[in-house]
Design a protein around this ligand. Sequence first.
Ligand SMILES: NC(=O)c1ccc[n+]([C@@H]2O[C@H](COP(=O)([O-])OP(=O)(O)OC[C@H]3O[C@@H](n4cnc5c(N)ncnc54)[C@H](OP(=O)(O)O)[C@@H]3O)[C@@H](O)[C@H]2O)c1
Length: 311
Amino acid sequence: MLSQINLFLLPILLIGLAIIQAEENASLTQKLTVTLPSGDRMPVIGFGTYRLRGDSKVKQALDNALGVGYRLFDTAEVYENEESIGKALKELLPKHNLTRKDIFITSKVASRPESSGANSYESLRHSLTRLDTSYVDLYLIHSPEYFSHSVANGNFNFSKIRDETWKQLAKAQKDGLTRNIGVSNFHINHLAELLSNDHGVKPAVNQVQWNPEHHRDNLLEFCRSHNIALQAYFSLGGDRNKINLLENAVVKKVAEKLGKTPGQVLLRWAVQQNVLVIPKSLNRVHMIENLDLNFKISDEDMKNLSNLQNS
Ligand SMILES: NC(=O)c1ccc[n+]([C@@H]2O[C@H](COP(=O)([O-])OP(=O)(O)OC[C@H]3O[C@@H](n4cnc5c(N)ncnc54)[C@H](OP(=O)(O)O)[C@@H]3O)[C@@H](O)[C@H]2O)c1
């Protein structure tokens, strides 16, 4: 009878043990940080919040994310969730025995006429009000040019707009509204232009799309050589394209070989190149998995994965 019960309970116990082991491993990688030029430490693995909206949905996701160990939250003016994030953190930080300084908040100025250029400083102040905080840890220019829907009738000098936006962000950093500033979706030419007239502050981070099917190795090289941290979005392909990557035969084969999931392989592929990641998940098991990246992909499999871009 006893052995029958044991046999019945064994799979449940094993699943329980696997989750505990994953949580222990996750707590190792959760502590990984990079040091930015300001001296601030930025978590290598953060939590994305694109398309995560509504007070209760945001609160539930952040509660789980904080509980399993995420300390970096990536938002943006255009995600329309800053206010929900602000409310959720107000309640959740004390619940998890944390304070504002224990977490790292990134937001982004929207690349559209009413938000960027001369309006950028004010945009950040609005974000701070919505987030209910006196500073963000990182504030990014969301895109080097206006989002396509903002430019229907326009003929804009984006080089001038980027320069004005950066000037405003540099001032905001000096005034303490943000601890670090950076960019997103910038190519080498945009970065080179910014570095040639940086208003006294170099970009700390460039956040770009980065996964085995979409990566630009010369951009990574450029960022490394200028001490700019590269941070990946769509590491898993995003809500819309995740099936292509998570179901890819090469990704699955590497995952099977290592006893990891396809999601972990995709994230580890980035982190192993010193690229930071901000996966988004509403699923607590995925959240834990995505923090558990303490393993190594062989050089050969790193190449096989990187080559997916050419296939
Ligand atoms: N700077 C920019 O222009 C820009 C653009 C886009 C996004 N971003 C930022 O980057 C973050 C990440 O991008 P994203 O959220 O679009 O896409 P993503 O993180 O690549 O993918 C999210 C999707 O993957 C699923 N997922 C997560 N972990 C998984 C796992 N271990 N196994 C299987 N499926 C998993 C999630 O579903 P479940 O909920 O079921 O886990 C969700 O549908 C965003 O949230 C945002 O903060 C920035």
